[in-house]
Design a protein around this ligand. Sequence first.
Ligand SMILES: [Ca+2]
Ligand SMILES: [Ca+2]
Ligand SMILES: [Ca+2]
Length: 187
Amino acid sequence: MEISAFLDRKLARRFDTFDTDGNGVIERDDFTLAATRLADEFRQPFDSPHRMRMLALSEQLWDVLSAAADSDSDGGITLAEYKAAFADGLLVTEDNFDAGYRPVLEAVMTIADADGDGKLGADEYVRWTGAWMGLSAPVARAVHGRLDSDRDGVVSVDTVLGAIRDYYFDEAPDSAGGWLLGPLPAN
Ligand SMILES: [Ca+2]
Ligand SMILES: [Ca+2]
Ligand SMILES: [Ca+2]
């Protein structure tokens, strides 16, 4: 597919959120670290089934992502490799989006949704996006406010899923891509 200038910036920003340790390359350790931070943030015991599931899903995510994007098989995904794989339709596409993302997001929610009502309040949203993707608290709080369009203080899994889908596939300049993960890098 054609990568617009807007999508190019969104992919660069998404790449940063995958690169948990910030060394400029996405590697297996980034996924393990993100899962560990998320489980720690929500005080999951070391041997809790939720922590185990999160770690297993993260490993799985890494396997899928590296099989698709690590084209020189050196165990790391560079920004160029990531963008190329997306352009070639090897990563998320509109067709496989739900199947790929829903299980991961539901596992995250199982940990982050403390009272189990399937919805996230602003504090929970700040905590999970900070632990999992390194979003700053002010950014995450503003994002939660935008997602909570009916202003009842909480957002559902489906709302978050829809916004992530828009992040990748909605080209409108005011769509989720422009704010879901905070400000985009310059081109
Ligand atoms: Ca990294
Ligand atoms: Ca590589
Ligand atoms: Ca709401």
